[in-house]
Design a protein around this ligand. Structure first.
Ligand code: PLP
Length: 425
């Protein structure tokens, strides 16, 4: 059924109902490498894409399929592809469209790992990433030329937290025939970028979707709302020598507007091999079931922490969308039902005091993760963003004294008590 509400989709969305052979209500973990063909004709039809079905877990798996179809429905997309990490998802999003000599335009407001991938590793493959400040959406247009294959940004950037103007930038991109790809990791349920005009959405499922800090994974959702037939997209609309000259926009037309995600599965996943493990897909399905409920508590707690820290004598500045005013608040209004649970702040006494504060925390974990049910803290300049230059750190919102918190779902009084004792230490 086409459920409309995230609370219902998280439990019932996608391909899985009860398992057809056993009746299992929970999605079974199909921990198998390969799947038995019915006969040689069946095998040939699957390989020839005349029929979709399971062949080999590097390319598809029923447990992963249950997660893919459920998250595709949650995001309002047509199909999804689960991969081994958020980093793999981002890399695949870009590599699915780019060849050596091409470029993409990306927001500067990025997770440090994505920055590194774009600034250094993509360069190794001849793909240039042009970074622009999203304060002015027209910066994306100005940086675009005939070899620009996509635009990339984070909805609620980690750790800058200045909400991205998805509708404005997506509309500018559509005028030029350039798709906007959104990393929606920090705003699941709160924002649906595809509905605002983005063409593709990705998540690090490692974070809020998993929600319990147990598994690494990523997912790409195809919006099915973009025309890939122009000269910008030869990987999708020119004959592919790796698949008997298939033209993806034509070859899979009967399956719907899924050329982008099918090509990612049949070529990138086949050749580069970064699949999500079925066991991890099961863990993410478990997390997904309570995601809407957890987001409510995450967001309510984060609002209270933001207000508390903003009134604290030792705190110089708090960065959380619940406190924004003016244009930043207008942009944050695309988040529905809460402002996310990432929050940053600086102490008046500076960077050293920030480090001392993190070390004094007793309940918060000091870890390189976000979106866990537990509250977490880190100092980005010396950890997640340490491989960036000082200038690059500043562009992505990391100042030397910036402390990033990921507020969990514990009782708010215990969260505040731990923050207060660490501030007093
Ligand atoms: N995107 C964002 C916004 C992230 O915060 C992260 C990781 O922190 C990633 C992508 C990469 O995800 P993963 O660690 O699952 O590779």
């Amino acid at each position: 059924m086409a459920y409309q509400h995230p609370e219902t989709i998280a439990l019932h969305g996608g391909s899985h109902r009860a398992d057809p052979t056993t009746g299992s209500v929970a999605v079974p973990i199909h921990q198998t490498t390969a799947f038995q063909f019915q006969d040689t004709g069946h095998a040939a039809r699957l390989f020839g894409l005349a029929e979709m079905g399971t062949i080999y877990t590097r390319i598809m798996n029923p447990t992963c399929d249950a997660l893919e179809t459920r998250i595709a429905q949650l995001e309002g997309g047509v199909a999804a592809l689960a991969v081994g990490s958020g980093q793999a998802a981002t890399a695949f999003c870009v590599m699915n469209l780019c060849q050596a000599g091409d470029n993409i335009v990306s927001s500067t407001d990025l997770y440090g790992g994505t920055w590194n991938l774009f600034a250094n590793t993509m360069k190794q493959f001849g793909v240039e990433v042009r970074f622009v400040d999203p304060v002015d959406p027209d910066n994306f247009t100005r940086a675009t030329d005939a070899r620009t294959r996509c635009w990339y940004a984070e909805t609620l950037p980690n750790p800058k937290l200045q909400v991205f103007p998805i509708a404005e930038v997506a509309a500018l991109g559509r005028k030029l025939g350039v798709p906007l790809i959104m990393d929606n990791t920090a705003a699941p349920v709160l924002c649906k970028p595809l509905g605002l005009g983005a063409a593709v959405v990705m998540h690090s499922t490692t974070k809020w979707i998993g929600g319990h800090g147990t598994s690494i994974g990523g997912i790409v959702v195809d919006g099915g709302n973009f025309d890939w037939e122009s000269d910008r997209f030869p990987t999708l609309n020119q004959p592919d020598p790796s698949y008997h000259g298939a033209v993806w926009t034509q070859a899979v037309k009967a399956m719907g507007p899924v050329a982008y995600i099918i090509r990612m599965r049949t070529c990138l996943l086949r050749d580069l091999g970064a699949p999500m493990a079925p066991f991890n897909a099961f863990m993410f399905l478990q997390g997904l079931e309570t995601l809407p409920l957890r987001m409510e508590r995450h967001c309510a707690n984060a609002n209270k922490v933001a207000a508390h820290l903003a009134a604290h004598a030792k705190v110089a500045h708090v960065n959380h969308p619940s406190l924004f005013t003016g244009e930043a608040a207008r942009r944050a209004s695309i988040l529905k039902g809460g402002f996310g649970s990432l929050l940053g702040f600086e102490l008046k006494a500076g960077a050293e005091a920030g480090k001392k504060f993190i070390e004094a925390l007793k309940m918060f974990y000091h870890v390189a993760n976000i979106g866990d049910a537990r509250s977490l803290a880190i100092h980005p300049a010396t950890t997640t963003h340490s491989q960036l230059s000082v200038d690059e750190q500043a562009m992505s919102g990391v100042t030397p004294g910036y402390v990033r918190l990921s507020i969990g779902i514990e009782h708010i009084d215990d969260i505040i008590a731990d923050l207060d004792q660490a501030l007093a230490a």
